[in-house]
Design a protein around this ligand. Structure first.
Ligand SMILES: [Zn+2]
Length: 188
């Protein structure tokens, strides 16, 4: 995972505000766990309609919790041939700020491999964080900053019931950052 390049002057302050916002309030009652487990069951059966129903349930809970408008959800069997170019790093889903629609897909485009549940749920949380950036936070450009990845990761671990992971970063070209996975996985 690589962060976006900071934008030129006008939006720079907002970009770094997003970069510094590394925490996110999370629903505390474990209510996300049951729903994410239902999504997993739907996926295991290859049941796109059922997976969609439970994704919608999860997103509705989240939208209520954060006090943002509901977003739409489309679960596709396979990655569409044409994917929005707004964020080129989106491999397993996308979000349109204009229509507030999240799309996620259960299979990759070329090799038709089934997306793992972890990747699928992580994508869903990632796309919902774009929705939060646009509807709750003042980040309409919803950059992939370090803070964005931290927020998306916190949401994912909360929904999956796994312990939160501190992310470690390595500087990359053009004022960007790349996740240092060996350090992140070691936890130090
Ligand atoms: Zn994204």
């Amino acid at each position: 995972m690589l962060t976006d390049t900071p934008p030129p002057k006008a939006n720079r302050a907002k970009f770094f505000e997003s970069d510094r916002l590394t925490s996110l309030d999370l629903p505390q009652n474990g209510s996300l766990l049951e729903v994410s487990h239902s999504i997993e069951m739907g996926m295991a059966d290859g049941n796109t309609a059922l997976a969609r129903k439970h994704c919608d349930e999860l997103l509705t809970k989240l939208s209520r919790f954060y006090g943002v408008p509901d977003c739409g959800i489309r679960v596709l069997a396979a990655r569409p041939l044409r994917v929005r170019e707004r964020w080129t790093s989106e491999l397993f889903g996308d979000y349109s700020p204009d229509t507030m629609l999240i799309r996620v897909w259960m299979r990759t485009a070329v090799r038709k491999e089934v997306t793992s549940f972890g990747t699928f749920l992580s994508t869903l949380c990632h796309e919902f964080c774009h929705h939060l950036d646009c509807q709750k936070f003042p980040f309409p450009d919803s950059w992939h900053t370090r803070g964005f990845y931290e927020r998306a990761g916190a949401l994912y671990h909360s929904a999956r019931g796994t312990p939160p992971k501190r992310l470690f970063w390595t500087p990359a070209f053009g004022e960007r950052w790349r996740i240092n996975w060996p350090r992140t996985n070691r936890g130090r």
